[in-house]
Design a protein around this ligand. Structure first.
Ligand code: SF4
Ligand code: SF4
Length: 61
């Protein structure tokens, strides 16, 4: 299981993580990108590779 966090101070709300995540971990809430359910995260690291400001952290529990 993984815990995913977005550093809001760094996030530019570009939505690239929403578009690339195969497990639909990210979602839009009132136009803002947030972590929905991280239960299906496979740590593929796709989101890390597209997040230019490096705002995402994926930590194994
Ligand atoms: S890819 Fe990074 S900067 Fe873009 S919305 Fe996701 S967390 Fe924010
Ligand atoms: S590591 Fe992969 S599965 Fe996990 S949140 Fe990022 S893109 Fe989605």
């Amino acid at each position: 299981m993984y815990i995913i966090t977005i550093d809001e101070a760094k996030c530019t709300n570009c939505t690239e993580c929403v578009k690339i995540c195969p497990s639909e971990v990210y979602k839009l809430e009132n136009g803002k990108v947030v972590v929905g359910s991280s239960d299906d995260c496979s740590k593929c690291e796709s989101c890390l590779s597209v997040c230019a400001p490096m705002a995402i952290t994926v930590v194994e529990m």
